[in-house]
Design a binder for this molecule. Structure first.
Ligand code: GAP
Length: 454
């Protein structure tokens, strides 16, 4: 592990690249920024969408036993009272009496065994008190306590609340899951580490319902599935650490929890939790609502509340891990012997925001431009491609390397068949990581590239 200074530098380079190339911007930047809120730019939204699409594909579309849900963000107060969020979803907070900063009590730096304010170094801190992380709002025009609603702090609760509706309409038998991707909101006391801990973020959550006796086995099954997912988007198992959450740190209702952690430049931190939540949530909602949320087993004729395994991942944290994993700088030597540092995002082609750059060798040659536009039209329905005709070809390659585009397609005079008729309608295909180039027929591009990005 590099020392802290180098890590900070790496993180700064990633943040700077993300802004410069349009991945991520500070929310409301022109008004001074909104702390803990981020906007995804043209490339960031593609990257994020590819992550969510792949998750949805492997968790929902490619399985018989999982269905999807898109629940509302505004949530009934009673639901979040029943789930325990209204009373206990809080972090311990202290105030610094010197600089008035509000701080998370469990993240304070210590000096000689005494807690310090990370802003001013002051030691005059208040006692810790709980600060509820939920954002509340008001539904309708009246301001009475009954009009309070919350912005959901996790996507999971709408899955539990709609359990019966989904069960009745999707006609699934245990074990089966309900999956959801969507926004969640937490009024974090100290949002930090870029998009790692923010106040508005997205989750990809699966609630996988099962019989009580299947719980522990399915917990391990889902941990394995989730590790495969990260491997398939370019974060190998050797880059992840699985923490078995100790009994004392688990929620009281959980019979087992794993945290999947990634070595971010600012330290080993949680990417996803895989938790066996037993029947806690459905039981709570059944008791509070008075509506049955049980399951009727046709074979045994028994009624019971299913247990649940919950793999819960953060979209933004996955995006950040992918950026950290992909970022690379290498020294390369050009044809004239000149060396330069090439910045490259080595994204897996599956999640790269742009799959191929399309370059006519010269922009003032109409035949080259027309052909390049034809290649663009051929590939566009299949993948996100980027047409670029400005600047030297080497510079165009570098610009795409920097945003992680795995393929470069150059349309040159050989494509027009001017030098060798056998090469008519072929192009140069350049590979981002090796920088190797090969000749390929335009007609073969759709199949060849589609296979690699799927
Ligand atoms: N339903 C369970 C649940 O929400 P969690 O550990 O609080 O569990 C799950 O959150 C995942 O959501 C985390 O592993 C993380 O990836 C993401 N997440 C949680 N809080 C976040 C925040 N403030 N900013 C960004 N991502 C967050």
């Amino acid at each position: 592990m590099p020392d802290a200074a180098i890590d900070t530098q790496r993180m700064e380079k990633i943040v700077s690249l993300c802004k410069r190339r349009g991945f991520i911007f500070q929310g409301n930047e022109i008004y001074g920024g909104l702390n803990g809120v981020w906007d995804y730019g043209p490339l960031g939204v593609e990257l994020k969408r590819n992550v969510k699409d792949y998750w949805w594909r492997v968790i929902v579309r490619e399985r018989d036993d999982v269905v999807g849900l898109d629940g509302a963000i505004l949530t009934h107060r009673a639901a979040l009272k029943a789930s325990g969020h209204e009373d206990t979803f809080s972090d311990p907070m202290v105030d610094c009496r010197t600089c008035k900063a509000r701080l998370r009590a469990d993240q304070l730096p210590e000096k000689n065994g005494v807690n310090q304010c990370p802003n001013c170094g002051g030691r005059d801190l208040t006692e810790a008190r709980p600060f509820n992380l939920m954002f509340s709002t008001q539904l309708g025009a009246s301001a009475d306590p009954d009009s309070i609603a919350y912005l959901r702090p996790e996507t999971a609760q709408s899955i539990f609340v709609q359990f019966k509706n989904v069960l009745d309409t999707a006609r699934k038998k245990l074990p089966f899951g309900i999956a959801q991707i969507g926004k969640a909101f937490r009024n974090e006391i100290n949002p930090r580490n870029y998009i790692f801990r923010s106040r508005e973020f997205e989750q990809m959550e699966l609630e996988y319902f099962c019989r009580p006796e299947q719980g522990l086995e399915l917990l391990d099954y889902w941990l394995e599935e989730r590790l495969k997912f990260y491997e398939n988007i370019g974060i190998g198992r050797d880059k992840l650490h699985v923490l078995t959450v100790p009994d004392a740190d688990r929620a009281f209702y959980s019979k087992g929890t794993y945290d999947i952690e990634y070595a971010f430049p600012f330290g080993m931190q949680e990417l996803e939790g895989v938790a066996y939540r037993t029947d806690y949530d459905l039981k709570q909602h059944q008791t509070a609502s008075g509506k049955p949320l049980d399951y009727f087993d046709e074979e045994t004729k028994a009624r019971f509340i299913p247990h649940v395994i919950e793999p819960s991942a953060g979209v933004d944290r996955t995006v950040l891990a992918l950026l950290c994993e992909a970022y690379d700088e290498e020294t390369v030597t050009d044809d004239k012997g000149k060396t330069e540092v090439r910045t490259v995002l080595r994204f897996h082609p599956r999640i790269a925001p742009i799959k191929a750059g399309i370059f006519p060798l010269l922009k003032n040659q109409p035949e080259l431009v027309t052909k390049a536009r034809e290649v663009q039209a051929l590939l566009r329905p299949l993948m996100n491609v980027f047409y670029d005709e400005t600047g030297a070809i080497g510079r165009r390659y570098r610009r795409q390397d920097e945003v992680g585009t795995p393929f470069g397609i150059t349309i040159d005079f050989e494509t027009l068949g001017e030098r060798d008729p056998a090469l008519r309608d072929t192009v140069t295909l350049r590979h981002r990581d090796s920088m190797e180039q090969e000749r390929i027929a335009i007609a073969d591009l759709p199949e060849r590239l589609s296979r690699q990005i799927r």
